[in-house]
Design a protein around this ligand. Structure first.
Ligand code: ATP
Length: 209
């Protein structure tokens, strides 16, 4: 699956400053990733990894600096070209697994390229398609969240501890999906405390404590 005819693309941040609750979290941050690359954002608890992902996703406003995608869909903003997967799985417990994914496909703009059941199969959840999401285990909830990445193709995956709760097989499965995304010209920025199972460049924030 090729994501855009205008690849290669480049995500970059220049002199980015983040303030939360009146306190500076980081300043002067620079980063860059080109299509096919994954950036692993590392740093101690509270360093600002989640905050950086939320800045790129447009869920927080930077106190300074710029975050830009060059060569993507020129008419779209960075957040419009990104999937953001936070700590929480953002599922509706009363809806079935399949209905949850259909909801997300509609919410994300509907331009699906893969049938819902195919996406569920890719994350190992086809057998649970008609179960209420409330019945899922933590790892299954995470797998369902990851299926969102596949329903509507977007250039940039912003992932906050994406492998949390995944078993070994789940981590390997997701590493394969990330590799496919990168091979198709995608970009990944992932906050992580551990290895993701793919080649990454490291962006360490907050220094050592
Ligand atoms: N809503 C908020 N209001 C004020 N301060 C906040 C808010 N959310 C986070 N912070 C602060 O911003 C700083 C960075 O938090 P953030 O969640 O980005 O860190 P992190 O590197 O992702 O941490 P962890 O490794 O624990 O997930 C922390 O000091 C935190 O207390």
């Amino acid at each position: 699956m090729q994501l855009s005819p205008r690849l290669p693309t480049r995500l970059f941040g220049h002199d980015v400053r983040c303030v939360r609750g009146g306190r500076e979290v980081f300043a002067g941050l620079a980063f860059e990733a080109v299509s096919g690359e994954a950036l692993a954002v590392t740093g101690h608890n509270g360093a600002g990894k989640t905050s950086l992902l939320r800045l790129i996703a447009g869920l927080l406003l930077p106190a300074g600096g710029t975050i830009v995608i060059e060569g993507g869909e020129a008419e779209l903003t960075v957040p419009e070209q990104a999937h953001y997967l936070g700590h929480r799985d953002a599922l509706k417990p009363a809806l079935s697994v399949r209905e949850n994914l259909s909801f997300w496909a509609d919410f994300l703009g509907g331009a699906t390229t893969r049938p819902t059941l195919d996406c569920l199969a890719a994350v190992g959840l086809a057998h649970a398609a008609e179960l209420p999401a409330a019945y899922l285990s933590a790892g299954q909830r995470r797998r369902l969240s990851l299926a969102r990445l596949l329903t509507v193709p977007r250039l940039l995956w912003l992932l906050d501890e994406p492998t949390a709760a995944l078993d070994i097989a789940g981590q390997a499965m997701f590493a394969g999906l990330m590799r496919e995304h990168l091979a198709a010209g995608g970009l990944i920025v992932a906050a992580t405390h551990g290895p993701l199972g793919i080649d990454t460049r490291e962006l360490r924030i907050g220094g050592m404590i």
